[in-house]
Design a protein around this ligand. Structure first.
Ligand code: NAD
Length: 259
């Protein structure tokens, strides 16, 4: 990779770790973007995403959903690959990501930890095996008090995996934020509950509850560095990759072959 790696959100919680992990991987950090007054340890601060995109072969992006459409345009324009970790995207944001992926390689993952991606694969298989009429799927997540979106991107990823396993669209069966007299649970619904507090890095439990048994699978991240090492692995993987919208499953070699 001749030009090296750039980081959008380089002064943030993830950005700081990403910078360390780029160096630990022996790769070149070209710098990043953040607030104009941000303090960045090593690597230059570029004036905007277009300047960063021009200087980097790939940009790792852990910022805020409000940046996604502008970043999609700038990276596609520059032909720079994009590792997108930002969560809380709207349907319009997601459409902009898909549009950019027709021109550049985009690895988008709500969670870059290898363990979570294994759980996502298991979730789909479990949902395919356990009849929706008998096994109620509930997803519970907990994160630190600063997190701004809910349910988490990973919880939604788990929901999509369960929905895929059941051959339905998540949007049609999602039950989130129950409060007050909200009625009985829908058969086949996929429920979400989000807890916020303290400095929890990320905990997700997928529960299948039937009348006579419960099956649950839990992932706990103790250090957000696990996301940073995964994202750097994804950034290096984009080298020479054709345009397309890829997932961490592709990076880990766990995705089914593309038809
Ligand atoms: P953070 O608030 O600590 O960092 C975000 C950084 O982005 C901040 O430094 C902020 O100044 C900067 N930023 C925001 N808007 C910007 C803009 N317009 N231009 C330049 N910089 C801008 O947050 P964080 O905990 O590092 O998380 C960032 C994002 O990554 C969130 O969406 C979070 O949910 C997501 N995340 C994803 C994963 C994953 O594995 N996919 C893991 C952790 C966090």
């Amino acid at each position: 990779m001749e030009k090296g790696i750039g980081i959008a959100g380089i002064a943030g919680r993830m950005g700081t770790l990403l910078a360390e992990e780029v160096r630990a991987a022996g790769a070149t950090l070209v710098g990043g973007i953040d607030r104009p007054d941000a303090t960045v340890a090593g690597g230059g601060l570029f004036p905007d995403i277009a300047a960063l995109a021009a200087a980097a072969a790939v940009v790792m992006d852990f910022t805020h959903a409000s940046t996604v459409q502008a970043h999609a345009r700038a990276l596609a324009q520059a032909g720079t690959a994009w590792v997108l970790g930002t969560t809380g995207l709207s349907a319009e944001d997601q459409a902009a990501v898909a549009e950019a992926a027709t021109r550049i390689a985009v690895v988008q993952a709500p969670n870059f930890s290898p363990g979570v991606n294994l759980v996502l694969a298991l979730a789909e298989r479990m949902a395919a095996a356990l009849p929706a009429g008998q096994y109620d799927a509930e997803i519970v997540e907990m994160h630190h008090r600063q997190k701004v979106d809910a349910p988490s991107g990973t919880a939604l990823g788990l929901g999509h995996a369960v929905a895929r396993g059941r051959g339905v669209a998540l949007e049609a069966v999602k039950e989130s934020g129950r409060d007050g007299h909200c009625g009985a649970r829908r058969t086949g619904g996929i429920g979400f509950a989000a807890l916020r507090g303290g400095q929890v890095v990320g905990e997700h439990t997928l529960l299948f509850a039937a009348a006579n048994e419960h099956i649950s699978i839990t992932h706990r991240a103790f250090d957000r560095r696990v996301f940073a090492t995964g994202a750097v692995r994804a950034a290096l993987w984009t080298h020479g990759r054709p345009p397309g919208l890829y997932s961490m499953m592709d990076v880990l070699g766990m995705a089914p072959p593309r038809g």
